[in-house]
Design a protein around this ligand. Structure first.
Ligand SMILES: [Zn+2]
Length: 240
């Protein structure tokens, strides 16, 4: 908009000075022809500006995030359903100093936070494997806490004892999170960062620990991962 105004002003100035010149020389006919030509340039410039604005707008929509996030780092609502202490999902071991937050996806499309929590708790009976997570973010953005943050959960292999883990539910095989899950994940992660004196740089993927394709969406799309961490930073900044 500024450059448009500038052009207009310049044009008016030239017109004024042109008038006196035209009067002195060969009449106004020649001059008005030039004026039309200049008007065309102005119109073309405006058209180019409009097209550029549209292109940039569309680009920012595509790269500026598919998710709308408007959260701070305050404590999100937590549905605390601690697992029974048992060797398969809640060993009852105290963590060391927390130095990171690890993000996971459930790899079980369509399953709810409650399904996953109940699966973890059921491992004490099925004894199928050792697995759990401190938190699970559900498809509607609900958050279930399964293991206290000062206790080890079985999620992130060798980083189990110095990190807090978050499993995130996802509707389909792509591993992409719903808007509600994403928003809750940003707030939960930001809150944990503030709680443990961490920054967005201390937030990692399961992939960063073991190379596992987890969380799938953030491993396969590095831009989406960078954008997620940026959203966590913004949420932290809103609170501090
Ligand atoms: Zn994982």
């Amino acid at each position: 908009m500024n450059s448009y105004r500038g052009d207009k002003r310049r044009n008016t100035y030239k017109k004024k000075s042109g008038k006196s010149k035209a009067g002195n020389k060969s009449g106004s006919g020649k001059w008005s022809g030039k004026g039309i030509l200049k008007n065309r340039y102005v119109l073309i410039s405006i058209a180019v500006l409009i097209i550029l604005t549209i292109i940039l707008g569309v680009r920012s929509c595509l790269t500026g995030g598919e998710y709308h996030v408007d959260v701070d780092a305050s404590q999100p609502e937590l549905d605390v359903q601690l697992l029974d202490v048992n060797p398969y999902s809640r060993p009852g071991i105290s963590t060391d100093n927390i130095t990171g937050v690890v993000v996971h996806y459930t790899a079980n499309p369509g399953s709810s936070a409650q399904d996953n929590r109940d699966y973890f708790n059921g491992l004490q009976y099925s004894q199928a494997t050792q697995a759990s997570s401190n938190f699970i973010v559900g498809l509607e953005g609900e958050i279930i806490q399964c293991v206290p943050t000062w206790e080890v959960a079985y999620a992130s292999n060798e980083r189990n004892s110095d990190t807090v883990s978050i499993e995130v539910c996802h509707p389909d095989e792509s591993g992409k999170f719903t808007q509600e899950s994403y928003s809750s994940l940003v707030q939960l992660t930001a809150w944990l960062c503030v709680k443990f004196g961490l920054t967005e740089d201390d937030v990692i993927r399961h992939y960063d620990v073991t190379g596992k394709n987890c969380p799938k969406y953030f491993v396969e799309d590095e831009d989406a991962w960078a954008e997620f961490k940026e959203n966590v930073r913004k949420a932290i900044d809103k609170t501090q």
